[in-house]
Ligand binder design. Structure first.
Ligand code: ADP
Ligand code: ASP
Ligand code: MG
Length: 412
């Protein structure tokens, strides 16, 4: 039997009614003759609640116990989905990550899937089971402990299963009907794309578009998984949603394909750092040992042997970064006067494969922002994206102005 992977996100399993509605969708595919692997998220809001409980109990928590707690939301929805399917006379059972097993690395809270042996689930399909409902977001480490894959990780579970079972397709059911030119929740003119290239989706995801977890796009690209994003709230045809595919399979070609934003950014500046060889190494080694994910970096010109160094990182890592830098200073690994943190910034990016061959995109982006009187604090570019750090209060305005300026509301 051909295998199909169907993933339902938090809002799609938020109530028993919605689980029933999702189960009906699964029933439609079973009736077509597929063996289905359903990947479920926790009910929407559940994972946030669990993370909140962990933080309240233990601010500098043991990541193994964090995973034990936050993985539990998916166990509930997996069991409920299997029961709902059984009520519909569809042979189904649930699987937690360790039961499959979904083997991962031991980097708790950000583990990577290493292997999913298909034998256990395949044997059950051979015995007549039609649907394997798997708890997303979780796996098991070589030490036998529960791990999680980072926020939004159920997308990655889904794509990894599609690759491991050589599925015909991986359908990601969510609360929007596809991938848009930008987040439709902050820009009315956002337009749904019928197709998007893997590279563009990868950039958009890594720059904040949370419709797919970055790692899921990476895996789909590497293992050539046919990946589709669609709504769990609408009746679906085979053409619905957005197909994430190779660049060659796309007719539409625009210089800029989309705008992404990331709200939770912070900018830290080390003032008056002694400017000598090895200084960047000392700063960023201290930060990486403290597991701070540094994104943008700027070093100013030095004056009289001292310089300022600025970097950005997620807001929730600021305390950890400050602690690591203070320790490095006290051990005399580093010499600076003070660290200034600005936690009121966000990152806005434009993404498009067309930038490889077109010039002037950066100039246009900066002009648009200046027309809105938005000050740019830090800039980074790569082959197919330009990102700026700006005050968070201008985030929606910047996204909307850029969306307009690059004509993203109109098809190519
Ligand atoms: P799920 O719980 O189904 O995994 P998520 O909340 O993780 O859903 O992702 C879907 C959300 O992603 C949408 O509700 C939307 O607000 C947001 N989003 C951000 N950027 C985009 C985009 N470019 N296209 C579609 N949705 C986007
Ligand atoms: N429930 C997890 C989260 O909220 C995983 C997911 O939904 O993809 O991050
Ligand atoms: Mg998600």
């Amino acid at each position: 039997m051909p295998v199909l992977v169907m993933k339902f996100g938090g809002t799609s399993v938020a109530t028993l009614d919605r689980i029933r509605r999702a189960a009906k969708r699964v029933g439609v595919e079973v009736a077509k003759g597929y063996d289905v692997i359903v990947i479920v998220s926790a009910m929407s809001g559940k994972t946030n609640e669990l993370v909140g409980w962990v933080n309240e109990t233990s601010p500098f928590y043991d990541a193994r116990e964090y995973d034990a707690v936050v993985s539990s939301g998916e166990n509930v929805t997996a069991g409920l989905m299997a029961l709902t399917l059984q009520e519909m006379d569809i042979p189904a059972r649930s699987w937690q990550g360790w039961q499959v097993p979904v083997k991962t690395t031991s980097s708790h809270s950000a583990a990577r899937i290493e292997d999913i042996p298909p034998a256990n689930i395949m044997n059950k399909f051979a015995e007549g089971m039609k649907v394997a409902v798997v708890a997303g977001f979780q796996g098991v480490s070589p030490e036998g402990r529960i791990t999680t894959l980072g926020r939004g990780g159920s997308d990655t579970t889904a794509v990894a299963f599609a690759a491991a079972f050589d599925a015909e397709r991986c359908d990601i059911y969510t609360d929007v009907d596809g991938v848009y030119t930008t987040d439709p929740r902050i820009c009315d003119k956002a337009r749904k794309l019928d197709r998007i290239a893997f590279e563009e989706m990868l950039e958009l995801a890594s720059l904040g578009a949370k419709v797919l977890q970055t790692r899921s796009v990476e895996l789909a690209m590497r293992y050539k998984v046919k990946l589709r994003v669609l709504s769990s709230f609408e009746e679906q045809s085979d053409e619905a949603g957005t197909l994430v595919c190779d660049e060659e399979d796309i007719m539409e070609s625009k210089v800029v394909a989309g705008v992404a934003y990331s709200r939770d950014e912070a900018k830290l500046t080390l003032l008056s750092v002694a400017d000598r060889p090895g200084i960047a190494a000392a700063i960023f080694t201290a930060l990486s040992e403290a597991k701070v994910n540094v994104d943008m970096i700027v070093q100013n010109i030095s004056e009289e042997g001292r310089t300022d160094m600025t970097f950005s990182c997620p807001t929730d890592q600021v305390a950890r970064a400050e602690k690591a830098l203070a320790e490095a200073k006290s051990k005399e690994v580093l010499n600076f006067s003070e660290v200034v943190a600005d936690t009121g910034v966000c990152k806005v990016s434009v993404v498009g494969i067309g930038m490889r061959s077109h010039t002037g995109v950066a100039a246009k982006m900066f002009r648009v922002l200046s027309q809105e009187a938005i000050n740019i604090k830090v800039i980074t570019t790569s082959e197919i994206k330009i990102s700026v750090l700006i005050d968070r209060k201008y985030m929606e305005l910047a996204v909307q102005a850029l969306h307009d300026a690059f004509d993203l509301d109109k098809a190519a």
